[in-house]
Design a protein. Structure first.
Length: 496
């Protein structure tokens, strides 16, 4: 008996006995096989490829209505390719095509490294930026400079984010130093900083402003902590009050010229009110009180002080190290009104050694008081000048009837001595320095009987500090020296 290759049906051969059970078994196999088959529909057929579970799952995930679409290439204002690359031609999108409310973030433009704030910096920039930049002088070799007069405003209700160009709270700066920072280093015009009245808790400092113009600070009832001008060509400050207790009130140095007008520094402190060093200055109508120095000038500065006031300073005016103060009108007062250390304070009188005040030049005048003095004949008798009439720097020593040089210099001596009962003979008047005869300044001989005789003369003496000078009389006979000042008087003054 044979068996089919697919379903395993039994096929009896010609000599085989047909068993009904084999026939029934074949029928059962066919029945089961037919039951598992799909009826064929006309016009339809299955793929020749195997249909897998994975393929069935894939098909199940496709949405209703989906299809496999290939976009065709397109050219024109917008070019698109099948590979997904799309480009818009230049000039296609115009301003009207973009909604003003779109609010496109700059981070979405280009590589995204420029922010909206940075894009805002370009607002107002004209075309040809590179050309404009190329036309500018390089800042490395050419400093910034003014091209016209400029004015900035400062107010207590201003804001340093403003541009400083208007005298309003929305336009003015809040700090004076912010306005200074807006001024170029080279000032060839007038740069004005107008400050509204009020208190500004600032140490104002301006530095290195040069050129043919000047910077002026204009205010009325403006209070600051301090003001410093260093290495500037010309500065004007008008109407400011400095209230610092930890530094100089107004300090200008190593510059050209500064005008300080209608200013004040009246807070007590062990610092100068106004200090000028290494530059010239004009100080007028200003007040300094309670400082160790009212106005101090040094380092070869030349300063004019006109109609200034103040009190309770240690020293009102002080000139040092080649500094000169030319004073006119009122000046700040102090425990010591004026002082100097190799400096000059003058109202126009100039002396070769820099001493221009009568209170600091060695000067003295002495006379004789009491009974007439007896002088013995033939010897040197020291004339008693026991009355000090004028004494600067302790030049007169009335207790010892001598003049003492407090400083090394050249001194001019003037002396007159009257003698009575001279009779016939002579009298000589001599100058002794440190007890030794220095010179005979006058000698008179008479061959007739006289009631009296007056001897007098002058001498230039080169004295070292501490040396003393005395006047001696050598008469030919005993005489008396009258005490009246109009007859017996001596004076000494340093002249060089």
């Amino acid at each position: 008996m044979q068996i089919t290759g697919n379903l395993g049906l039994k096929k009896p051969e010609g000599t085989d006995i047909v068993d009904i059970a084999d026939l029934n078994g074949n029928m059962d196999i066919l029945d089961n096989a037919v039951n598992g088959k799909v009826d064929k529909v006309t016009g339809k057929q299955l793929s020749t490829n195997d249909y897998t579970t994975a393929e069935k799952t894939k098909l199940a995930g496709i949405a209703t209505g989906a299809n496999n679409y290939s976009h065709p290439n397109h050219t024109g204002d917008v070019t698109s390719n099948g590979d997904g690359v799309t480009a818009i031609a230049a000039g296609v999108i115009v301003n009207a095509d973009v909604n003003a409310a779109a609010g496109i973030d700059a981070l979405k433009i280009g590589t995204g490294v420029v922010s909206n704030t940075e894009f805002g910096y370009l607002d107002g920039v004209t075309s040809g930026i590179q050309g404009q930049l190329n036309g500018k002088a390089p800042l490395v070799t050419t400093p910034q400079q003014t091209t016209a007069d400029i004015t900035y405003y400062v107010r207590t209700d201003g804001n340093d984010t403003n541009n400083g160009s208007a005298n309003t709270s929305a336009g003015a700066f809040k700090t004076i130093n912010r306005a200074i920072g807006m001024i170029p280093q080279v000032v060839n015009h007038t740069a004005s900083i107008n400050v509204a009245s009020g208190t500004y808790a600032e140490d104002v400092r301006i530095s290195g402003k040069v050129g043919g113009g000047h910077v002026q600070f204009m205010g009325t009832s403006v209070t600051i902590r301090s003001f410093v001008a260093e290495r500037c060509n010309r500065i004007v400050i008008d109407g400011f009050s400095a209230n610092t207790t930890t530094s100089m009130g107004f300090n200008a140095y190593d510059g050209g010229n500064i005008d300080i007008k209608n200013c004040s520094c009246e807070t007590t402190a062990n610092y100068p009110g106004i200090n000028i060093a290494g530059q010239n200055a004009d100080i007028r109508n200003s007040s300094v009180s309670g400082r160790n120095f009212g106005i101090i000038v040094g380092s070869a500065s030349i300063v004019t002080s006109l109609n200034n006031t103040g009190q309770a300073n240690g020293v009102g005016l002080y000139a040092s190290h080649g500094g000169s103060i030319y004073k006119y009108g009122s000046q700040p007062s102090g425990i010591t009104s004026e002082g100097s250390l190799n400096g000059i304070i003058t109202s126009g009188v100039f002396n070769p050694w820099g001493d221009n005040t009568t209170t600091s030049r060695p000067t003295a005048e002495m006379g004789h008081t009491g009974a007439d003095q007896f002088a013995s004949a033939g010897v040197w008798n020291k004339v008693l000048f026991n009355l000090s009439l004028y004494n600067i720097k302790n030049t007169a020593n009335a207790a010892n009837s001598r003049m003492v040089a407090p400083e090394t210099g050249v001194y001019l001596l003037n002396v007159r001595v009257a003698i009575s009962n001279t009779g016939v003979g002579r009298g000589a008047l001599g100058i002794f320095v440190n007890g030794i005869l220095n010179s005979v300044i006058t000698e008179q001989t008479s061959d007739a009987i006289q009631v009296g005789l007056s001897l007098g003369g002058s001498a230039l003496l080169r004295l070292d500090a501490g040396q003393y000078m005395e006047v001696y009389l050598n008469p030919i006979q005993n005489v008396s020296i009258p005490s009246s000042d109009q007859y017996t008087h001596v004076s000494l003054i340093r002249i060089a």
